[in-house]
Write a protein that binds this ligand. Structure first.
Ligand code: ARE
Ligand code: CA
Length: 495
């Protein structure tokens, strides 16, 4: 009894020592973007040409390891691993390594979506790196894994039974046994190889479907980040685990928050309901753990992700996506202006069919995004991160830094405003009537450029100019018919 308690205690301390909750961003930067299905060469260029200059701190990339080639080339083939060779439709290992280097040089950290709960499902016999496999007999020779490395065949049918969720197959994907030492070694080698290449952390796919104890053992063996890429010595990979916990199931995110952050799906769900008008904006005055979210440093927050924007995962009618741009930009601006959590911006390709893969040149090879003169994308890429209302809010977040949320105001309904100390101010109108109020901005007197409607260019502003008086107040007007339902000013946008 005593011995067991002692062991548990030691295990817990070891776990704490290895816990990693910091995204390892370069100082002064904030905000991650998921460049879903982009090619490595294109991401490298994006880090240099756009993400670095506009203050983005990180990029989450699609799975890097070899996946099953599925005939119609749906996006989701990348969640069916064939091996841990770093060859996918996004590029090969050399291209990935070069991308990570170039992004780190531009001040942008890389986070890899790592899939190690399972391998490919039946039918996934040919890999993007030329390897072959036979999922039917659980044979993946390019790792190698054989039937001994997998859990017995059963399907996930009951989210109220943790053993069923963790030991059975998610939608038929061959379920690895992370309790097996050979399996653990292969996973640890894979993750440590990525760390050697200079990545800053991992999104752990399907973490809910793995035992927390197995994950703790794996995380405990991860290398420190590569100091040759500018990380401080002793820094650990940032870990954010995909645990969908909207309540009502047996598995709780609290089983995972001791080891890393979790993807906070309640944030996505709640922000969607609020900005769709199903909840009042004034209720946002206690945004954070009161809404059932995990602690701020354990919450990776987002408006939508690659699953729920297309009805996969915990997708539902309330999720906001690029298809409802006004509300989407308002919700994104709120997420980026508010101090809660580690925000991730989704960057999508346009789709009508939820299975549809990214734009290609020939049905097989992924096409590069094309850029318009206003910085937006074309060629099938939506590039929400290149929408002025979104990238300028990343700039806002960097400008306000750690300043406290102050000067909360609301009209009792759907008009709200707040400041971040004396460094930034933001106001929203989601009411069905105009907003026109004198509000406390917390900012020093002067003229400021609204970074939502425009851009500061030298001493002029291409959008609305907001004049803050010596008492810190400004007249804020957002008409209901305006393109955007939000205005934002900050200290770096002073004219
Ligand atoms: C595809 C086909 C399936 C087919 C399978 C095998 O769509 O019809 O059976 O291949 O041939 C993604 C896609 C899947 C796709 C899979 C493999 O979304 O459609 O299957 O790739 O190619 C649960 C999990 C959560 C998971 C979501 C999607 O808990 O981990 O389902 N999300 C991650 C990724 C996905 C990815 C995978 C996991 C697999 O983000 O992109 O799948 O690697 C409740 C529960 C949730 C549950 C949800 C949906 O809300 O609380 O936990 O999410 O229901 O079941
Ligand atoms: Ca599992």
């Amino acid at each position: 009894m005593f011995l067991t308690k002692g062991l548990i205690c030691i295990a817990f301390l070891a776990l704490l020592a290895n816990a990693q909750f910091s995204p390892n961003y370069v100082n002064g930067r904030n905000g991650m973007v998921h460049l879903f299905e982009w090619k490595w060469d294109d991401i490298a260029a994006e880090c240099e040409n756009f993400l670095g200059p506009y203050g983005f701190a990180g990029v989450q990339v699609s799975p890097v390891n070899e996946n099953a080639v599925i005939n119609s080339r749906p996006w989701w083939e990348r969640y069916q691993p064939i091996s841990y060779k770093l060859t996918t439709r996004s590029g090969n290992e050399q291209q990935f390594a070069s991308m990570v280097r170039r992004c780190n040089n531009a001040g942008v950290r890389t986070y890899v979506d790592v899939v190690f709960n399972h391998m490919a499902a039946n039918g996934g016999t040919r890999g993007t790196g030329g390897s072959t496999a036979d999922p039917g007999s659980k044979s993946f020779p390019a790792v190698p894994f054989s039937a001994l490395d997998f859990n017995p065949t059963c399907g996930i049918t009951n989210y109220n039974d943790p053993a069923n969720v963790r030991n059975c197959e998610l939608v038929g994907l061959r379920d690895l046994n992370q309790g097996n030492s050979w399996v653990r070694d292969r996973i640890v080698d894979f993750l440590n190889h990525l760390t050697d290449l200079g990545v800053a952390g991992f999104r752990v796919d399907a973490a809910k479907h793995m035992w927390p104890g197995d994950l703790a053992a794996i995380y405990g063996r991860l290398k420190n980040l590569n100091t040759g890429h500018g990380f401080s010595s002793g820094a650990k990979p940032y870990i954010f685990q995909e645990v969908i916990d909207l309540g009502g199931e047996a598995i709780k995110k609290s089983e995972y928050t001791g080891m890393g952050a979790v993807t906070e799906f309640r944030h996505s769900d709640s922000i969607g309901k609020v900005f769709r008008g199903k909840d009042k904006l004034r209720y946002l005055n206690n945004w954070g753990t009161s809404w059932g979210f995990a602690a701020s440093d354990r919450s990776l927050v987002f408006v939508d992700n690659h699953d729920n924007q297309r009805g996969h995962g915990a997708g539902g009618a309330d999720v906001l996506t690029y298809k409802v741009p006004k509300q989407y930009k308002m919700a994104s601006a709120f997420m980026l202006a508010h101090p809660f959590g580690t925000p991730r911006v989704m960057s999508s390709f346009a789709f009508s069919n939820p299975d549809q893969g990214p734009p290609t040149t020939d049905g097989q090879n992924i096409a590069s995004p094309r850029f318009n003169s206003d910085k937006s994308c074309s060629g099938g890429w939506v590039c929400e991160h290149r929408w002025r209302q979104i990238y300028n809010m990343v700039g806002f977040r960097n400008a306000v830094g750690t300043a406290q949320l102050q000067n909360w105001w609301d009209n009792g309904s759907n008009q709200i405003s707040f400041s971040r100390g004396n460094r930034g101010f933001v106001a929203f109108n989601n009411d069905n009537y105009d907003m026109n109020s004198s509000l406390q901005t917390g900012l020093p007197a002067g003229s400021y450029c609204d970074v939502i409607s425009g851009q500061k260019n030298g001493s002029s502003c291409s959008g609305k100019t907001i004049v803050v008086g010596s008492d810190g107040r400004a007249n804020i007007s957002i008409r209901k018919a305006e393109e955007d339902g939000v205005v934002a000013i900050h200290i770096n946008a002073k004219l």
